[in-house]
Design a protein around this ligand. Structure first.
Ligand code: 5RP
Length: 221
């Protein structure tokens, strides 16, 4: 069964001097997911938010029901999953590329009461996460090299998305298949066609002249 399309606006493209107000745009538009990018200046060449920021957002009453989709771009994510779970993350996704106990960390995220996700950089093949697919709630395919918003979408990621979707169907799995990076009204439908159901959009959503129209368009994919 094909999951309904879900839009997850990326806070990275919001106003960093008013993060709470930017995050509240999500429930304001009737959306449920907020994508929060956590960068450590090691795994990616940029720095963003720590768990205190996530906790402060979570304390906002308007965000009480918002699903915090927390993407850890960290060299040592296993050291931080407790902190982000305690901060109020709903889902914590970790990258496959660094060396640590991936399966153990995914299991720990669930023990902490969160959903878990595994993430692949553009150069990482689908096979790298194949053995973990029955242990995850979400697979995130990066459609840009992670680190910065506003980059050009990589169409070359479509076969990888299609392969993950094929395995999902063949094995009767029900993880969400998310894409992130350069997703807009032109590139998003290509991802949908390939099998994605969850769409992170930073620039295309926050800089849209009509955010409601953007959200409505994604809901119709
Ligand atoms: O993970 C990310 C960057 O590493 C961001 O979520 C992504 O870049 C979204 O931004 P945009 O939609 O502007 O490409």
């Amino acid at each position: 069964m094909k999951l309904a399309p879900l839009l997850a606006p990326s806070l990275l493209a919001g106003d960093h001097a008013a993060l709470g107000d930017s995050a509240e745009v999500v429930p304001h538009h009737g959306l449920s997911w907020l994508h929060v990018d956590i960068m450590d200046a090691h795994f990616v060449p940029n720095l963003t938010f720590g768990p205190e920021v996530v906790a402060a957002l979570r304390r906002r009453s308007a965000l009480a029901d918002t699903f915090f989709d927390t993407h850890l771009m960290l060299d040592e994510p296993h050291r931080y999953v407790e902190a982000f779970a305690q901060a109020g993350s709903s889902l914590i996704s970790i990258h496959i590329e660094p060396s640590y106990d991936h399966a153990g960390t995914l299991a720990r995220i669930r023990e902490l009461g969160c959903q878990n996700g595994i993430v692949l950089n553009p150069d990482t093949p689908a096979e790298a996460v194949e053995s973990l697919l029955d242990q995850v709630d979400l697979v995130l395919v990066m459609t840009v090299q992670p680190g910065f918003g506003g980059q050009s979408f990589r169409t070359s990621m479509m076969p990888k998305i299609a392969q993950l979707d094929r395995w999902r169907q063949e094995r009767g799995l029900n993880f969400r298949l998310e894409v992130d990076g350069g997703v807009d009204l032109t590139t998003g439908p290509l991802c949908r066609e390939a099998g994605a159901d969850t769409f992170v959009a930073g620039t295309a959503f926050f800089k849209a002249t009509d955010r409601a129209a953007f959200a409505a368009a994604v809901a119709a994919w």
